[in-house]
Design a protein around this ligand. Structure first.
Ligand code: FES
Length: 158
């Protein structure tokens, strides 16, 4: 039995409709996003299930999933805080924001809170430089960060 739920398969099928039937692998990135959206991260077993569903060699799916940093191949917190530490954000106080979040949550970059709620990561440019410093939490962008803004954001999620 496949690990992919009916909902996931239905969503992947919608992507598959966009490609010729013999090009199922073209939907691999969308399929991985779909699986991650449902499960929060993508286990080895789920990667294998995607490979089977798209009739691809398992290794080809591992290659795609491990190439892109947006795919989480290890368990992460319910809320993934990706804070940009690239040049515009850095010049606008990203380092201070990282320190503030680390202190506020009691974790360092790359770690997850003990309750499994938050994972903090430092990422490259989020393409919102004009509003630096910026972070993305799950799929939402938060711009022109300040300690007060961070407090308000985290309070809503706690
Ligand atoms: S440098 Fe941070 S969004 Fe571009």
């Amino acid at each position: 039995m496949s690990l992919l739920s009916t909902e996931i398969c239905t969503e992947i099928d919608r992507w598959l409709e966009k490609y010729p039937p013999n090009q199922k692998q073209s939907a691999v990135i969308s399929a991985l996003h779909t699986v991650q959206n449902y499960h929060g991260w993508i286990s080895r077993e789920l990667l294998d299930a995607v490979a089977e569903y798209l009739e691809m060699p398992n290794i080809a799916v591992y290659e795609v999933a491990s190439f892109y940093s947006m795919f989480d191949l290890k368990e992460v917190g319910r809320y993934k805080i990706n804070i940009c530490t690239n040049i515009s954000c850095l010049l606008s106080g990203a380092e201070e924001m990282v320190e503030y979040i680390e202190k506020r949550l009691g974790i360092r970059v790359g770690q997850t809170t003990a309750d499994g709620k938050f994972t903090l990561r430092s990422v490259e440019c989020l393409a919102a430089c004009v509003s630096a410093p910026v972070c993305e939490i799950n799929r939402d962008y938060h711009e022109r960060l300040t300690p007060d803004k961070i407090d308000a954001i985290l309070k809503e999620l706690e």
